[in-house]
Design a protein around this ligand. Structure first.
Ligand code: ADP
Length: 167
């Protein structure tokens, strides 16, 4: 059975991530989304919240599961017996970063294959960081994230926006 991991910060999961997971789930018998607990950028959501929101997003995908992890991604791959790592590639900044990481992962665990899926056109410019910025300013992000994420983002930012508006 071919098992793939799809690691990332997922802070929070977006429709762009979900699109990659949905397509990868058709390619592999099992896909394990790995939510990295301690990303370098300070996350908005706790690891538990990120896992929960990701679980809610993949409800319709029976061969996909969600786990959190710390430490090296290759150790997470070994732990879940994955042969493949999936990543999404957007048009601009992703390639160089992914290429460097892929070279390092290849050195550390040569048998782990990397499969990069090109981001769907409408999600090319969607990132969790831009999404959070727009949401923090009260912009409508409903088309860009699964519904529970939109609700969670509103909850996170509503207090801040209300206090800024003097409510
Ligand atoms: P990381 O901190 O590891 O980059 P992210 O949660 O930002 O974690 O992204 C996880 C993976 O999903 C990465 O491979 C990233 O390139 C990919 N990704 C992020 N946003 C999109 C998108 N809009 N479309 C396709 N892939 C995406």
């Amino acid at each position: 059975m071919t098992i793939a991991i799809y690691p990332g910060s997922f802070d929070p999961i977006t429709n762009g991530h979900l699109d990659i997971a949905t397509r990868a789930a058709k390619l592999f018998e099992k896909l394990v989304i790995g939510v990295y607990k301690t990303p370098t950028k300070h996350p908005l959501f706790t690891p538990e919240e990120r896992v929960e929101l990701t679980k809610q997003a993949i409800v319709g995908l029976p061969n996909v599961e969600v786990k959190s992890f710390t430490g090296l991604t290759i150790d997470f791959a070994k732990k879940v017996n994955a042969q493949v790592m999936v990543r999404g590639l957007r048009m601009t900044a992703d390639f160089e970063r992914e290429f460097d990481m892929a070279m390092m992962h290849k050195k550390l665990l040569p048998e782990l294959e990397l499969v990069c899926l090109m981001a769907t056109l409408k999600y090319q410019f969607l990132s969790s960081s831009l999404l959070k910025e727009v949401a923090s300013l009260g912009g409508n992000i409903d088309d860009l994230v699964p519904q529970p994420v939109a609700v969670a983002l509103r909850k996170k930012f509503i207090v801040k926006l209300d206090s800024e508006r003097g409510a």
